[in-house]
Design a protein around this ligand. Structure first.
Ligand code: M6R
Length: 365
């Protein structure tokens, strides 16, 4: 049941505020993150970890890249993120001092399951973050944290990306507290902001009209470049993946600082550059990349923060999201990119919920 929406993807985009809300429910106690009901970790086990490996595919990998930034900041663990099909074949420093986290919406992705078996065999403590209780992955790991996002029907992952980031952030704050990587004041400030997120997500989804308008202008372009730095880099990757996947338009996601190391050669007036540029600590640097793209005559679409008037003199189109702490910006900035991909695909007459060549869960290697 599409609940009155024309596609499951649009319905699921609209459910994202509720997904963040249900991910947080019962996991925040007295202003602090508490996952002890779901994770029966002893203080000794938690203290024994040195590194944290996160392993996933596709959109789940991008959610993990977002969380890598928060985990590196709020915990003292050595964090690395890998694509499952690579992790399982490389010589990993995985051992009993590793907490290995496997992120998979379906819990049935062949490479993620295989990677878990490798890590487990090497002695790692394995945790699954999945939307499906009873999935193969959930049955094989030591611990599971559920997304509580409800079934996702659209092949393009949207609300589960939101759910994965929510749960990974809860894990980051919880580990930060248990291992003493974060101060109590910082923790309560972040938890407060986390509690505000469902409302801000809803407010952002409600701005759909401006993305439909942007899609009207750009739906016939052949190539797009998506740029971002820091927390916004994985968002650029995810925005490009959404566009490729459902509208079959070529799109590249790049770290903004890497543009001049190659992809800038692609730019001209035919290639729009979508820059994810919230008001954060890397803002000025990303602005300089916008200027570089503008000098090559690329149409500039800036995805920034409400009230950022400076962007007007840099960009041809400005899309904004409400302010949030730098660490939480991906929860908001990804939404206009999902909506943009949706409206481009719709204009191009694509089969949005069932894109060609793709399956909802990739159970083959
Ligand atoms: O079920 P999983 O989270 O393990 O799936 C991983 C990818 O196959 C998945 O995210 C894929 O990239 C989506 N179609 C992206 O929208």
């Amino acid at each position: 049941d599409k609940g009155g929406y024309s596609h499951f993807m649009l319905k699921e985009i609209n459910e994202q505020g509720a997904v963040v809300r249900s991910s947080l429910k019962g996991r925040i106690e007295g202003g602090r993150v508490d996952l002890s009901d779901e994770l029966q970790w002893t203080a000794e086990t938690v203290a024994s970890w040195r590194s944290l490996h996160i392993v996933a595919c596709g959109t789940s990998y991008y959610a993990s890249l977002v969380a890598e930034r928060a985990l590196s900041r709020w915990t003292d663990l050595d964090v690395r993120v890998d694509i499952a099909s690579e992790y399982r074949h490389r010589t990993v420093r995985t051992d009993a001092k590793t907490l290995a986290v496997f992120v998979s919406q379906s819990g049935e992705t062949a490479d993620t399951i295989a990677a878990q078996r490798v890590a487990r065999g090497l002695g790692a403590h394995c945790l699954a973050i999945t939307n499906v209780r009873g999935s193969t992955l959930a049955r094989e790991v030591h611990d599971t944290l559920l997304l509580k996002a409800g079934p996702e029907i659209g092949v393009a992952a949207t609300k589960t990306f939101m759910g994965q980031m929510s749960v990974l952030y809860l894990l980051a704050l919880y580990l930060g507290r248990l291992r003493g990587g974060i101060t109590a004041a910082e923790e309560s400030r972040l938890v407060e902001e986390l509690n505000q997120l469902p409302y801000k997500v809803e407010a952002t989804v409600a701005r759909e009209e401006s993305l439909s308008e942007l899609a009207r202008i750009y739906a016939e372009r052949r190539d797009f470049l998506f740029l971002g730095r820091g927390y916004s880099f994985p968002v650029a990757l995810e925005g490009a993946l959404k566009l490729k996947e459902i509208s079959y338009v070529h799109a590249e996601g790049y770290a903004a600082g890497e543009m001049k190391h190659g992809p800038i050669a692609l730019l001209d007036e035919k290639v729009p550059v979508i820059t994810v540029i919230p008001r954060d600590s890397l803002y000025e640097k990303t602005l300089s990349n916008i200027l570089e793209a503008k000098a090559r005559k690329s149409p500039i679409i800036a995805l920034g923060t409400d009230g950022d008037d400076l962007l007007k003199s840099y960009a041809d189109h400005i899309i904004t999201v409400p302010w949030t702490d730098e660490a939480f910006t991906p929860f908001l900035t990804v939404i206009p990119l999902q909506l943009f991909a949706y409206h481009v695909a719709k204009r191009r007459g694509c089969d949005i919920d069932k894109p060609r060549n793709l399956a909802k869960s990739v159970t083959v290697e």
